[in-house]
Design a protein around this ligand. Structure first.
Ligand code: FPP
Ligand code: MG
Length: 340
């Protein structure tokens, strides 16, 4: 497969001044990761090769591979395994997203039709399984047996997070701590693992490894909170996916949890009524948005993301100064300022 010049990782990064600063020192490695992802898509099976080619051509930000690369380089890592490990975490992430889009009934991802909208759910489930198993089996090539342990245990956590989210969807009594637990499992765990894997490759001490895992977990929390906030405040064109989709699928995220617990009784009653009507009457979603915008829920949510981001930067500041350490701190700022 030849990647079109307009969609190469280099051109994607060049279009974004913030990503350019962040990825400046790892651009060559990121290009190698893209190459590996293209090899990953190769298969004599036409469905596998067509769908995975379509998948890996999409405009992803490649944050998780960047975390593996940057964290390994914090310790001056000079080997080659970081490319394969970065490819694996992106493949696991991609597998999880295509399953997630079926669960969330999302027809659009990264500005294009989602895999299940294009190929149907049966093929999509199997392709997600294929990508996931293939990624895990490649991790056996690592000289560090701990990496496979980390990847299998966080995969189980991701599924657990996704299952709890599904189980609690539509439950308007959901508490903030339930929400934080869900996003910790479904999102922060892979961020954390990516950083820890980078540290393991760089032969970090156990203490440094734990700090990296903590840095990644806080980063992942802020990432998901912003993702959920953008579902209320974002622009569909920039995001590459429809807004208000969490609400319309009954997924209760922080802005709504804040509203239900902190707005007055009248608005709480109104939101509960509007949530019941949302399937028949799309206008009710706009009404909920108005309420959420009026009561400080969006500010509260942003502040929560900032708290996790600040924590991640505090942890990162304990590592010796270097261009990679600086990029990891900047990444945490980028995540809370992003529009997509
Ligand atoms: C996106 O959340 C989804 C995730 C971060 C995790 C999904 C995990 C699974 C489906 C478990 C299966 C895992 C493996 C490893 C195969 P979101 O729906 O809030 O984000 P979105 O708005 O981008 O869809
Ligand atoms: Mg989703």
């Amino acid at each position: 497969m030849s990647e079109s010049a307009t969609n190469s990782i280099k051109s994607r990064v060049e279009k974004s001044p913030s990503l350019r600063r962040l990825y400046n020192n790892i651009m060559k490695d990121l290009e190698k990761v893209e190459q590996e992802l293209r090899l990953f898509s190769r298969s004599p099976n036409k469905l596998i090769s067509d769908i995975s080619t379509y998948l890996f051509q999409a405009n992803g930000k490649r944050i998780r591979p960047a975390l593996v690369l940057l964290c390994s380089k914090l310790f001056g890592y000079k080997g080659k395994e970081h490319i394969l490990m970065s490819t694996l975490v992106e493949a696991i992430h991609t597998a999880s997203l295509i399953h997630d889009d079926i669960i969330d009934n999302s027809k659009i991802r990264r500005g294009r039709e989602s895999i299940h909208a294009k190929w149907g759910p049966n093929v999509t489930v199997l392709l997600g399984d294929y990508l996931y198993i293939k990624a895990l089996s490649l991790s056996l090539q690592s000289e560090h047996s701990q990496i496979i342990q980390i990847l299998t245990s966080i995969s189980a956590r991701m599924v657990e997070g996704e299952l709890t989210e599904y189980y609690l969807s539509g439950n308007l009594d959901m508490a903030e701590k339930d929400y934080l637990d869900i996003i910790n499992k479904k999102t922060a765990s892979l961020f954390s693992a990516s950083c820890q894997i980078g540290g393991i490759l760089g032969r970090a001490t156990k203490k440094e490894e734990n700090h990296l895992a903590e840095y990644g977990a806080n980063l992942g929390m802020s990432f998901q909170i912003i993702d959920d906030l953008l579902d209320f405040t974002g622009e569909e064109k920039t995001l590459g996916k429809p807004i208000l989709s969490d609400l319309s699928e009954g997924r209760i995220t922080l802005p709504l949890i804040y509203t239900l617990h902190n707005d007055g009784r009248e608005n709480r009653k109104l939101v509960i009524e509007l949530m019941k009507q949302k399937d028949q009457d799309k206008e009710s979603l706009r009404e909920i948005l108005k309420i959420v915008k009026s009561n400080g829920a969006l500010d509260y949510t942003y502040k929560k993301a900032e708290e996790f981001s600040r924590k991640s930067r505090e942890i990162m500041s304990q590592f010796p100064k270097s261009t990679h350490q600086e990029a990891l701190s900047l990444l945490s700022e980028f995540i809370i300022k992003r529009r997509k």
